[in-house]
Design a protein around this ligand. Structure first.
Ligand code: 3PG
Length: 206
């Protein structure tokens, strides 16, 4: 299954940086309780692989993926830990080759029309837009919808609660992500509330 199909039901995917693997399962459960059923655990912390493994084993209703996946070795590592999809801030030939060789669901990143076209040629119709707010946010998404109408995006980078509705109202936005849902000092109850607040902003799809 490709990432586009796997993530089709998701509109908000929390990006989480887990510093202590013991917090992985409570964080995933708190997000699920708030109505969010996919999570992107970034490889930006030493505990990330253990966190992915714990969520995959103990929170089966959570669709667990890995973020900041930059190369073939990381892709294999996250797959072996139980991640079901991988997200990358960009793309390299080695990463795309590894994902194709393993038939592993990958959301590679683009931030220019040329990058988006390179990924489209490689078969990726769902692409991460990163860093979304810096490269133009919803204005970028509206602009690219004309020349590249087949593409759908997963913007992350700088998105916070007040921007959720505007991003998700763009027809070429499949889902959005960000770390605002799980600040490092938050309790599970706070995470659940943040998830609910975010879902309340999701516009109905026509
Ligand atoms: C990512 O890895 O997708 C981004 O770091 C998320 O950006 P944010 O921290 O601004 O939400």
């Amino acid at each position: 299954m490709d990432a586009s199909t796997l993530l089709a039901a998701q509109r908000i995917v929390p990006v989480v940086v887990i510093e202590d693997a013991a917090t992985a399962v409570p964080t995933a459960q708190a997000l699920l309780a708030g109505g969010l059923s996919a999570i992107e655990v970034t490889l930006r912390s030493a505990a990330a692989i253990a966190a992915i493994r714990a969520i995959a084993q103990d929170v089966p209703d959570m669709l667990v993926g890995a973020g900041s996946v930059r190369g073939a070795q990381a892709l294999t590592q996250v797959r072996d830990a139980g991640a079901r999809f991988a997200v990358s801030p960009g793309h390299s030939a080695a990463l795309l080759e590894a994902a194709a060789a393993q038939s592993f669901p990958l959301v590679p990143g683009s931030a220019t029309p040329s990058e988006a076209m390179t990924l489209m040629d490689a078969g990726y119709t769902l692409q991460k837009l990163f860093p979304a707010e810096i490269v133009g946010g919803t204005a970028w998404l509206r602009a690219i919808a004309g020349p590249l109408p087949a593409l759908r995006f997963f913007p992350t980078g700088g998105i916070r609660l007040p921007q959720v509705a505007d991003y998700l109202a763009q027809p070429n936005v499949a889902c959005i992500g960000g770390t605002w849902l799980t600040p490092s000092d938050s309790t599970p109850a706070e995470i659940t509330q943040r998830a609910k607040d975010a879902l309340a902003q999701v516009p109905n799809r026509n």
